[in-house]
Design a protein around this ligand. Structure first.
Ligand code: SF4
Length: 84
């Protein structure tokens, strides 16, 4: 299986130099594909995505509170499933 050429995490991240999390995120999103929506609680990925109004994410991102992340993710999954 080849690694897709599409980039969903751009080179403009605000991550620390050599950040392993941004590299993992890059390959996970390549595997997940273009229909991916990220649900991000406060964490380093909140930093990695960059500073408004720019972003390093080439897919939709929902920034949410810690406690709501699982509920937001499952609700979005159900909504996408219902919409077909
Ligand atoms: S995970 Fe966070 S603290 Fe660690 S290298 Fe990446 S951005 Fe920096």
């Amino acid at each position: 299986m080849a690694i897709p050429d599409e980039e969903y995490i751009l080179k403009t991240t605000s991550a620390c130099a050599g950040c392993p999390s941004s590299l993992i995120l890059r390959y996970v999103t390549k595997a997940a594909g273009p229909d991916t929506v990220l649900v991000i609680p406060a964490c380093c990925t909140s930093v990695i995505q960059g500073v408004y109004p720019t972003t390093a994410m080439n897919i939709p991102v929902y920034n949410v509170a810690f406690a709501s992340a699982a509920a937001v993710g499952s609700g979005m999954s159900e909504a996408f499933r219902a919409a077909g």
